[in-house]
Design a protein around this ligand. Structure first.
Ligand SMILES: [Zn+2]
Ligand SMILES: [Zn+2]
Length: 136
């Protein structure tokens, strides 16, 4: 590969990763694209997708397949669950509630766990307040 194009690819990947690491909002690829494009106007949405997939495959980031919605991305790969607002789509981290012991699970059900997902659904504080105001 030509050296300059390799440098460009590295820069693109670094920017995608830095952008994702700079937020706790579990953004969509479109959101990341808009942020990266502000710094690197020549980048395409396809390139952002390709880099997100590469980073996911390398285990650097996590892809969240939130039920019924577009994929969201998370730079935090530590074990944690997510709360998803069914009204506005807000995704928040839930720490500590999904700390199952995989070895214990293996003893219990005889299966080896390689992956787990923990999602909670409901209304975020903002949407809850809006609902409450409607009912008054
Ligand atoms: Zn909400
Ligand atoms: Zn998260």
């Amino acid at each position: 590969m030509e050296r300059s194009s390799q440098t460009r690819q590295t820069r693109q990947r670094t920017l995608v990763l830095e952008t994702l690491r700079g937020t706790k909002s579990h953004p969509t690829a479109d959101w990341i694209f808009e942020k990266v494009r502000a710094k690197l106007p020549t980048i395409s949405l396809g390139t952002v997708y390709r880099n997100l997939n590469l980073l996911r495959d390398a285990g650097t980031i996590r892809e969240l397949r939130v039920h019924g919605r577009t994929a969201r991305w998370d730079a935090d790969t530590s074990p944690h669950g997510h709360f998803v607002c069914t009204s506005c789509g807000d995704v928040r981290d839930v720490m500590g509630l999904d700390a199952y012991d995989w070895q214990e699970l293996k003893d219990l059900v005889g299966c080896t766990v390689t992956f787990q997902r923990c999602e909670f659904y409901g209304l975020c504080p903002k949407c809850l307040r809006r609902e409450e105001r409607k009912q008054q």
